[in-house]
Design a protein around this ligand. Structure first.
Ligand code: UDP
Length: 336
């Protein structure tokens, strides 16, 4: 039986497809290619080009293929945009996920591995964030992911779908082979933007807020390597297969925070470029500090991050951006 990777042409999805193939799994990708890249999906992997909001097509695909497990990465994931256009986020992240779950009910699929986020916690009472802390998202993006997690409990009771939600901190870095990496249009994430400045594709990096209550005034985030994230998803699948976990949620982070300024400084060292930075206004919806405890994932899933330091993250990301200055190369016209 196959594994369906929804959003498998995107950044985290494509790295997980690679990890599944490396283990000899039979993989199928579903992606509408609105954000994903055909070139990120190996030619040997069937690609179903379907929009999850097309409910009929989604139900038909799940009924036809009856995957043993579904990994779900397809989502809109820009915090700032979620504040200005919440409807898009509730549709793309929540309604789309319900369609997918209903397809699983029809097709009889029982295992669900979900791409969640630390944004479900909002502004935590203390750090590092543990899974039992209150979930009070401060932006619509976090709320839509939390709604999904809450729906999973009800789908398990009603339909026996067992789920694991992985709450990532800041996904970053690229596949060490240099063959897969981050390519968003538009790009809004700090590390790729900083590296685009190093490549001379942008003039400077804007620092969104330098008056936060943090040691250097800029926001602190917990950056986690994409290959380690992909690995955790596979462990989640194994946990579901072994009956060891169900309706579970795990943080995935490095338990170490880096400020925006620290990221820029390290990128200057890795790239050897000056990377001019300009301080600007805060971005709406940004909590000052997010650092997670991954003790539960280590203990229950046996997760052992291999690229747990910011240097490895930046070095692999730099290799990708340097070798693929136009990403997967399909957006040439859009990028101007
Ligand atoms: N950030 C920034 N300038 C940028 C993009 C991001 O200062 O051009 C900051 C942002 O405010 C946040 C951190 O970098 O504090 C990480 O942002 P990113 O968008 O990469 O991830 P998020 O934390 O929103 O998931």
């Amino acid at each position: 039986m196959s594994i369906l990777v929804v959003g498998g042409a995107g950044y985290i999805g494509s790295h997980t497809v690679r990890a599944l193939l490396d283990r000899g799994e039979d993989v199928l990708v579903l992606d509408d290619l609105s954000e994903g890249h055909r070139a990120a999906v190996p030619a040997s992997v069937p690609l179903l080009e379907i929009d999850l909001l097309d409910r009929a097509a989604t139900l038909a695909a799940l009924s036809e293929h009856k995957p043993e497990a579904v990994f779900h990465f397809a989502a809109s994931c820009y915090v700032g945009e979620s504040v200005t256009d919440p409807g898009k986020y509730f549709r793309n992240n929540f309604v789309a996920t319900l369609n997918l779950l209903d397809g699983m009910v029809q097709g009889g699929s029982k295992r669900f591995i979900f791409s969640s986020t630390c944004a479900t916690y909002g502004e935590p009472p203390s750090l590092p964030i543990t899974e039992d802390m209150p979930k009070e998202p401060v932006n619509p993006y976090g709320r839509t992911k939390l709604f999904c997690e809450q729906a999973f409990a009800d789908y398990e009771v009603a339909h026996g779908i067992q789920s694991v939600s992985l709450r990532y901190f800041n996904a970053a870095g690229a596949h060490p082979s240099g063959e897969l990496g981050e390519d968003h249009e538009p790009e809004t994430h700090l590390i790729p933007l900083v590296l685009q400045v190093a490549l001379g594709q942008r003039e400077d990096i804007k620092i969104f807020g330098s008056d936060y209550d943090t040691p250097d005034g800029t926001c602190i985030r917990d950056y986690i390597h994409i290959v380690d994230l992909a690995e955790a998803h596979i462990l989640g699948l194994e946990g579901l297969r072994g009956g060891r976990i169900s309706r579970a949620a795990f943080n995935l982070g490095n338990e170490e925070g880096h400020s925006v300024r620290q990221v820029i400084d390290m990128a200057r060292k890795v790239t050897g470029h000056a990377i001019p930075a300009v301080e600007t206004e805060r971005r709406a919806g940004d909590p000052p500090r997010l650092v997670g405890s991954s003790a539960l994932a280590r203990e229950v899933l046996g997760w052992k991050p291999r690229y747990g330091d910011l240097l490895s993250i930046l070095e692999t990301a730099w290799k990708w951006h340097r070798e693929h200055p136009r990403g997967y190369g399909e957006n040439t016209a859009k990028n101007g």
